[in-house]
Design a protein around this ligand. Structure first.
Ligand code: FES
Ligand code: FES
Length: 154
């Protein structure tokens, strides 16, 4: 039995320790907001937070999160950075097809938690692992800046 918290709630799963966290979230916890893209840590669609750090759930064995705090797109709106990011995403109308956007918001929220005034270079660095086939990158950058301003009250 592997125990960890998801979005603030204690959970436990009777699954093999090598099962990727993404499988557990989607198939066992039925939290399908976190997406499968490449399965090889190359696209960022599966990004969640593990103890606050943006993490690719497709390649992380669930045994690695035992005792840790996992946050998904379903729960990140309860954090200041997640709430600000989601509001900015709507305001800027970032989304096109939407498939990559859970992962984009999770990476953005992890950045904004630490840095509410990121430069373009810092945004590019934090978001480099999140691919968007629809090319929403410029709106993502705008939304991250907007969210940072909202968090700082500017
Ligand atoms: S599905 Fe995990 S990085 Fe692509
Ligand atoms: S919005 Fe379509 S892949 Fe990013």
């Amino acid at each position: 039995m592997i125990k960890f918290s998801i979005n603030g709630k204690p959970r436990q799963f009777d699954v093999p320790g090598e099962m990727p966290l993404l499988w557990v979230l989607r198939d066992e916890a039925h939290l399908t907001g976190t997406k499968f893209g490449c399965g090889m840590a190359l696209c960022g669609a599966c990004t969640v937070h593990v103890d606050g750090e943006a993490t690719r759930a497709c390649v992380l064995p669930v045994s690695a999160v035992a005792g840790k705090k996992v946050t998904t797109i379903e729960g990140v709106g309860a954090t200041p950075a997640g709430k600000a990011a989601q509001a900015a995403w709507l305001k800027v109308e970032v989304v096109q097809c939407g498939y990559c956007q859970s992962g984009q918001i999770m990476s953005a929220a992890a950045l904004l938690e630490k840095n509410q005034r990121p430069t373009d270079a810092e945004i590019d660095d934090a978001m480099a692992g999140n691919i968007c086939r629809c090319g929403t990158y410029s709106r993502i950058r705008e939304a991250i800046k907007d969210a940072g301003h909202a968090m700082k009250g500017a």
